[in-house]
Design a protein around this ligand. Structure first.
Ligand code: ATP
Ligand code: MG
Length: 410
């Protein structure tokens, strides 16, 4: 894509009141736009990033048998009353009434909707297990929507739901999802800590959160520097310094961002909503249920929080909006054009800054936007090309042919 066509362009300054790093950089670089507190447009560059995040999540969900679908966002009051969450979750539920006085809520999660699907479509143990997921908008009336896109009032979530014949089957699948989540966050580029936490309004049981250590986070976690043990601070009655899992005196603490959360919900929903199946002996039993969420828009914000410098974003390559940021300076236009066409033909995603502006402006924007690899061609570079990784300081001059064959794999 040519940068001259990209909507919108970068901004010199951050919006007033933008406290968090992700808010400042994503707005300045042209990835998101704020409509009001907690409400964001994913602009074309931001949408490219979230699409890549979603694709990684989708691959791993499919790999554990998840089936993608799409559920509605406008829910009748009656379904929320079946579990009592119309009242119990009143603080975060957006409720509305139509002109005929019918009441609805905007989706803040989809357990009730999946339960309704199951009770309509499941009869016997042979219909189970079921694992379905979707990517869709969630609405939550968050009291403090400040951390940029980390906390929206309207945001994107991938939520997976699974239903099983027994607790053992649920817990076996739960572990599978936990491993899939670890894989997802590793593929996305994060170092993840899995912590135990309480289930909030979702369940009385403990749940597992996927946390990324970052000063921009709102959570505080305790974790072991030696092994995998971790817990959310909200669960700790007292300070500990010895790891309950490996016994080492290596407990650390830090602020963190929750990017995923999985819930072994058990039979509670099935009992409330009368969702049952008949087992081999013909006996009716409630289904065992779990739910599993990741917030792709929060993931994008988290990537910026943990990977940036004073000049801008430093995207992890696997979720960067483009692989290559091509900069043409006077005398290099023709070469840039050939390069641009060749890269595109070979399916290398390239953003070409073809504008008639100074080298300083182009370099500043390249740093702000944060694409992993910058290539510069000008009258000066001759048969060579200047190559610089966004994560490194030094640029190198490399023969054009060598760069092309590395990038296109030819
Ligand atoms: P938090 O404790 O941060 O409020 P939560 O525990 O209420 O989040 P879950 O219901 O577990 O959130 O949602 C699953 C995932 O959805 C979270 O791990 C996070 O990635 C994302 N998410 C939750 N709330 C928001 C929000 N307000 N804005 C953006 N993403 C969110
Ligand atoms: Mg959570």
């Amino acid at each position: 894509m040519k940068y001259s066509n990209v909507f919108p362009k970068t901004k010199k300054t951050a919006p007033t009141g933008a406290e968090s790093v992700n808010h400042q950089l994503l707005v300045r670089a042209g990835f998101v736009d704020q409509l009001m507190a907690g409400s964001w447009t994913l602009l074309p560059l931001g949408f490219r990033v979230v699409t890549k995040i979603n694709e990684i999540i989708r691959e791993e969900m499919n790999a554990i048998g998840g089936q993608e679908m799409l559920m509605p966002l406008l829910h009748p009051k009656e379904i929320w009353n079946e579990t009592g969450r119309w009242d119990k979750a009143a603080e975060i539920l957006y409720k509305l009434k139509d002109s005929r006085e019918h009441e609805y809520a905007l989706s803040f999660t989809h357990e009730e909707i999946v339960m309704d699907l199951l009770r309509k479509h499941i009869q016997s143990y042979q219909d189970l297990p079921v694992a379905v997921y979707h990517f869709s908008t969630k609405f939550r009336n968050e009291p403090r929507a400040r951390s940029g896109i980390l906390r929206g009032r309207e945001f994107m979530m991938k939520d997976l739901y699974s239903a099983h014949v027994s607790e053992e089957d649920l817990m076996e699948y739960y572990e599978k999802v936990k491993e899939a989540y670890k894989k997802i966050f590793k593929r996305l580029g994060f170092e993840i800590r899995v912590t135990e936490a309480s289930g909030g309004v979702f369940t009385d049981k403990h749940t597992h959160e996927f946390q990324v250590l970052s000063d921009g986070g709102e959570d505080t976690i305790f974790y072991c520097g030696t092994c995998d043990w971790g817990v959310n601070k909200e669960l700790m009655d007292e300070k500990i310094d010895t790891c309950p899992l490996c016994g080492k005196k290596d407990i650390r603490t830090g602020k963190s961002i929750e990017v995923g959360n999985i819930f072994p919900l058990g039979k509670w929903y099935a009992e409330k909503m009368k969702v049952s199946f008949t087992d081999e002996t013909g006996q009716k039993k409630p289904v065992w249920f779990g739910s599993y969420g990741i917030g792709p828009t929060r993931v994008m914000g988290t990537a910026v929080e943990v990977s940036h410098d004073d000049r801008g974003i430093v995207w992890f390559p696997q979720i960067a909006p483009f692989a290559v940021h091509l900069v043409s300076l006077p005398g290099g236009e023709e070469k840039a054009h050939v390069l641009y066409e060749t890269l595109q033909k070979n399916h290398v995603e390239v953003l070409w800054d073809d504008r008639k502006v100074s080298a300083g402006v182009k370099f500043g924007d390249a740093d702000l936007i944060g694409i992993p690899l910058r290539l510069v061609v000008s009258a000066k570079t001759g048969d060579q090309i200047e190559l610089k990784k966004r994560s490194e300081k030094e640029a190198k001059l490399i023969p054009l042919q060598a760069v092309m064959s590395t990038l296109t794999g030819t």
